[in-house]
Design a protein around this ligand. Structure first.
Ligand code: NAD
Ligand code: USQ
Length: 402
């Protein structure tokens, strides 16, 4: 019998291609999702640039294309604890992959309601899953999608380790490993740092086997499986709340919009292609922590770049104009970022980098569906504080706070 996996949040940008990738790899996959991301599209009056199909159409097309079945259960895991527990007891999965959180930093900063929703949804979801694993009495490996943003985006002065920082304490300078100090840059990122403490506790108290993947910004749309049929296409967020920077720049270049660099463009961030997200999760599932081992933390990112470098690469490829906008966020206008990622490399990850030619695939997809783009949704209109102001005009010169 195939090993069973539950994918929480399996209808989302990372969860959908991962569910297909795991199904293709021979796992018996069940998606649990409350479709809240589709409801947020309605709230924001914006859709994915790519025409994503309803979940049941996605699944029936996958069955037709691959011959493989994926089950779907609609549960709000932050609010419907009994249904979550019943599903876990019935399915008895080997692993649960947890994508089911509100993941956009700008959306989490939009208003007090959005702050409350993000905290309530994300913190309760993670706690409920862990509670349910304990209640089930089953030995289930939890694989969580965390973020590189838990480390903060100031210049760290060291290569950021994979989760734990060795420090020397006391007169004898005894060396201990502590969780790397949390430094969230948004309410969303704060929920991820709270997740990390929650994992620490359940691992210590209940010996739950947990892998926390500190993922960088995901780019790309298609994977080996989503390419197999138009109805399997992945979502592509381009709006000011959910669109992430590299995919936004690629899409902007495709439709003739200036590339929207915030501030000076000196911010350095970590990146990973969506196919590598899928590959990393397969590797994490195949390499669970041992019984009693502390939470396993991987940095799930393959390269880092400043935003101005990314803009220059895309502008050189496409001739797109680069413009600088007043930064809606409170963040360092420049930072260095060096991180370790040896753990996935040692497990055999062969990273897909910007040089791999896939940048043009994303531009082609954006061109193909450009008629579905609402240009009015491009500006980042969620502000981090009262002193941040909406800038829809931009400048040809970098904008420094000084
Ligand atoms: P997404 O919003 O596209 O997908 C999240 C999915 O979870 C959605 O389908 C949503 O409906 C579901 N969901 C949310 N709350 C739920 C709840 N209470 N009950 C059931 N389902 C719920 O986000 P994504 O881009 O796929 O990100 C997935 C995970 O990966 C997130 O936890 C995010 O923090 C992490 N991550 C994403 C990126 C990125 O660039 N997209 C980078 C690093 C980490
Ligand atoms: N930015 C621009 N122009 C834009 C959009 C963003 O300059 O048009 C800048 C932002 O100011 C920021 C950087 O690009 O400095 C990254 O912003 P982003 O929206 O691409 O990414 P972020 O908010 O960090 O969040 C995304 C995902 C989140 C994940 C995180 C990984 O939405 O779920 O956790 O990437 S990480 O950044 O490593 O923390």
């Amino acid at each position: 019998m195939n090993e069973k996996i539950i994918v929480l949040g399996g209808d989302g940008f990372c969860g959908w291609p991962t569910s297909l990738g795991l199904s293709q790899a021979g796992y018996d996959v069940t998606i649990i999702d409350n479709l809240s991301r589709r409801k947020i599209d309605i709230e924001l009056e914006c859709t994915s640039l790519t025409p994503i199909q309803p979940i049941n159409k996605r699944l029936s097309r996958w069955k037709e294309v691959s011959g493989k079945n994926i089950d779907f259960i609609n549960i709000d895991i932050a609010q419907e604890y009994d249904s979550l527990l019943n599903s876990i007891n019935k399915i008895k999965p080997k692993a649960i992959v947890h994508f089911a959180e509100q993941r956009a930093a700008p959306y989490s900063m939009k208003s007090s309601k959005h702050k409350q929703y993000t905290v309530n949804n994300n913190v309760a979801s993670t706690n409920n899953i862990l509670c349910a694993i304990v209640d089930s009495g089953l030995d289930i490996h939890l694989v969580h999608l965390g973020t590189m943003g838990v480390y903060g985006y100031g210049t760290a002065g060291l290569a950021i380790p994979e989760g734990y920082l060795p420090v020397k304490v006391g007169e004898n300078e005894t060396e201990i490993d502590i969780l790397y100090p949390a430094n969230p840059g948004s309410i969303y990122h704060m929920t991820k740092t709270l997740d990390a403490l929650t994992f620490f506790f359940y691992n210590k108290n209940d010996a739950i086997r947990i892998t926390d993947l500190h993922q960088g910004i995901v780019w790309g749309t298609n994977t080996e499986e989503t390419r197999q049929h138009d109805d399997l296409i992945n979502r592509f967020d381009y709006d000011g709340d959910y669109g992430t920077v590299l995919n936004r720049f690629l899409m902007q270049s495709a439709i003739g919009h200036p590339l929207t660099v915030h501030g000076t463009g000196g911010q350095t961030r970590a990146f990973i292609h969506i196919q590598d997200t899928v590959n990393c999760i397969k590797l994490a599932i195949r390499n669970p922590p041992k019984q009693g081992e502390k939470v396993k933390i991987f940095n799930q990112a393959t390269e880092s770049h400043t935003l101005k470098t990314l803009a220059k690469i895309i502008s050189d490829m496409t001739g797109a104009e680069i413009r600088y906008y007043k930064n809606p966020r409170k963040e360092d206008e420049e930072n260095e970022l060096v991180f370790k990622n040896e753990k996935f490399l040692s497990l055999g990850l062969n990273p897909i980098t910007l040089e791999s030619g896939l940048l043009s695939e994303v531009i082609d997809i954006a061109k193909k569906y450009q008629s579905l783009c609402d240009i009015s949704k491009i500006p980042c209109a969620s502000m981090w504080g009262k002193n941040n102001e909406l800038d829809t005009v931009g400048s040809i010169e970098p904008i420094s706070k000084q």
